[in-house]
Ligand binder design. Structure first.
Ligand SMILES: [Zn+2]
Length: 139
């Protein structure tokens, strides 16, 4: 088992665990962007969001919702940014789904989800909507 998150879940690698549930585990990022930067992972090795089972997604996001408030409050934050790099091209470096929760406060110097993208829009919304509905099989 070479996946570092699977090894943390199995207890083979030490981590600062903050919550353990039947199907998901939360621990502190070892390279935190701010105090309280938490990662939430499914216990099962699943590379990307689209590969989660419905039950796996439910367990993962239930733990995210359970932690968002306590992570913010424990570190005196005013808000949180919650994000997922989904797939290698997005910057996901460990191919085991993980959700970041980072406590935020006004003036902390960090941007928003919008600031990570140089705006690159080439199609009209109806075209984009139709393409996505077609991919969903519901055009
Ligand atoms: Zn894994």
């Amino acid at each position: 088992m070479s996946c570092i998150f699977c090894r943390i879940v199995a207890g083979e690698i030490p981590a600062e665990i903050v919550a353990r549930e039947a199907d998901a585990v939360a621990f502190l990022d070892v390279q935190p962007l701010a105090d309280g930067h938490v990662l939430i992972v499914p216990r099962a090795h699943v590379p990307t969001i689209e590969e989660l089972t419905p039950a796996g997604a439910d367990a993962l996001f239930r733990l995210v919702t359970r932690l968002a408030g306590p992570v913010r409050e424990a570190l005196g934050g005013e808000a949180t940014t919650i994000g997922i790099n989904n797939g290698e091209a997005s910057g996901q470096t460990i191919p085991h789904v993980h959700v970041h929760i980072v406590p935020r406060r006004r003036g902390d110097g960090a941007g928003t989800i919008h600031t990570i993208f140089p705006r690159d829009v080439r199609q009209k919304l109806p075209q984009v909507g139709a393409a996505i509905r077609k991919a969903l099989g519901s055009s």
